[in-house]
Design a protein around this ligand. Sequence first.
Ligand SMILES: *[C@@H]1O[C@H](CO)[C@@H](O)[C@H](O)[C@H]1NC(C)=O
Ligand SMILES: *[C@@H]1O[C@H](CO)[C@@H](O)[C@H](O)[C@H]1NC(C)=O
Ligand SMILES: *[C@@H]1O[C@H](CO)[C@@H](O)[C@H](O)[C@H]1NC(C)=O
Ligand SMILES: *[C@@H]1O[C@H](CO)[C@@H](O)[C@H](O)[C@H]1NC(C)=O
Length: 492
Amino acid sequence: MGFIHILFVVACFRCTVSYVTIKIDADKVLQKLDDQMFLGTAFDTLLLKNHWENFNSSSRSVQTLGRALSPSYFRIGGTTADFMVFQDGDTMSSKSMENHFNKIQNFSQRPYGKSNYDTFNLTAQMFDQLYSFTSTVGWDMIYNLNALLRQKDGSWNPSNALKLFNYVTKKNYKIRGWELGNEPDLYGEIKVSPEQMAADFRHLVQILANYPQFKNCIIMGPSVAGGISYFKRFFEAGAAKVVTTASFHHYYFGTPNFKEFISPDMMDSLIERIAEFKSTANVLASEAEVWLAETSTDWTGGQAGWTDRYLAGFLWLDKLGLSAKYGLDVVLRQCFYGFHFSLINHEDLKPNPDYWLTLLYKNLVGGKVLSATTDDSTGKVRVYAHCINHVRSPQYKPGAMTVYIMNLNTQAIELYLPQAGQDEFDVYLLESVPAGAVFSRDVSLNGVTLVMPDEEHLPDLKPQRQTGYIKMPSLTMAFIVLPTANATLCFN
Ligand SMILES: *[C@@H]1O[C@H](CO)[C@@H](O)[C@H](O)[C@H]1NC(C)=O
Ligand SMILES: *[C@@H]1O[C@H](CO)[C@@H](O)[C@H](O)[C@H]1NC(C)=O
Ligand SMILES: *[C@@H]1O[C@H](CO)[C@@H](O)[C@H](O)[C@H]1NC(C)=O
Ligand SMILES: *[C@@H]1O[C@H](CO)[C@@H](O)[C@H](O)[C@H]1NC(C)=O
């Protein structure tokens, strides 16, 4: 028996060991999300403090990559946002602000290590560059204001925010939303209670009411990174009257470990977190959208050679799948550029594998979420189904569906989609280059390595049209479009 078993395993290393049937329930829409805006991106404010690092906002290829993801929400925020002081050229008047910063010492337990959390000046010129890039690529900016500028009585001091509002107004810049503070639940010994923060948001909204162009702005908070309690108390204190977007953050781990990148348990750990925030918001902020407003793999900023490689795609695609399935309105990927988990490479600004995954997701996956199940018993075939994204993929007929699948097994699988019947469907299979090299920076779509042909263009994202079984090698991801699904619920 043992001998035969070994032979079987060896013999089957290169062949298919299991067949998986995918069933889609097209009679029920689980969630209805925004086709265009569900998936957005971000910059960390640290990038501004660091004078853009290697980012080149006038690079044509960077602009091409950015534009392809438009429209998108684009959040500029993060820990450093609470240390940012806007300087419009006037000398800084408030000495008390600087005094306040001197008291901020014990931020060393925060993510991104022991770097110094000193105040930094955001010049008008830097804001101009940021805005210019944002409008060039066609994204909608959401800007994270400093919530640690405080009065003696502990309330928020809005004077620096006012400077920025006035500047933005003078320049006629379009800002889609404002956020006050980043992860206030982790401020450490500078305690800003959720009740105080709710009052600060009311103050912010009163101020914004004086600016007609901010009338329909998104107001996002409290952007917590820890447990539910701060979020709950914030909304219990009445924040829902002014906050349009209830936000929280999520990372999977601190130090990357190979197994965790492909672990179904790690992936599933997100479900509970989403459920907790969604159910709390449903009760206390039922009018608000719920956003995963800052998220990536690794809260220390990612690790070169891991979180910027093909391997990182599984957690990202699964996060998108679960977030949509459990009804989050928007997911903002930290970051477009910055650290080692960004969509474009930190050094050479070329797309990382997650860029292509993000682009395919935006193009093919629509806002209507359907239920998909498999007969796989290993738990290592993850599958999600949506209606097609008509807006971005008009080449497909109304009624088409998109299924996306991950094979986390060490063997290939063959998929069967009864819904397709005898009809042809389109497969977009993403594989590392070379195949099986999951730490690779290169990724292929149906065997063709994805590279920009020139600075102005992206490669054709060409599907493989086929019928019958779909072969998925070990550790691959695929989007499958059923063009003739003719699902009534997917018609518009
Ligand atoms: C940034 O991109 C522009 C346009 O492609 C180019 O002219 C410039 O040299 C780049 N700057 C750097 C520092 O690479
Ligand atoms: C910020 O700008 C003000 C006014 O120009 C200056 O006094 C202060 O030293 C600057 N702070 C930093 C950290 O550069
Ligand atoms: C920061 O934390 C250290 C160790 O926990 C403590 O000794 C120190 O007093 C704290 N700093 C301030 C400003 O409270
Ligand atoms: C699609 O479904 C509609 C009814 O839902 C039907 O009238 C139509 O004939 C179907 N089209 C195809 C191509 O099956």
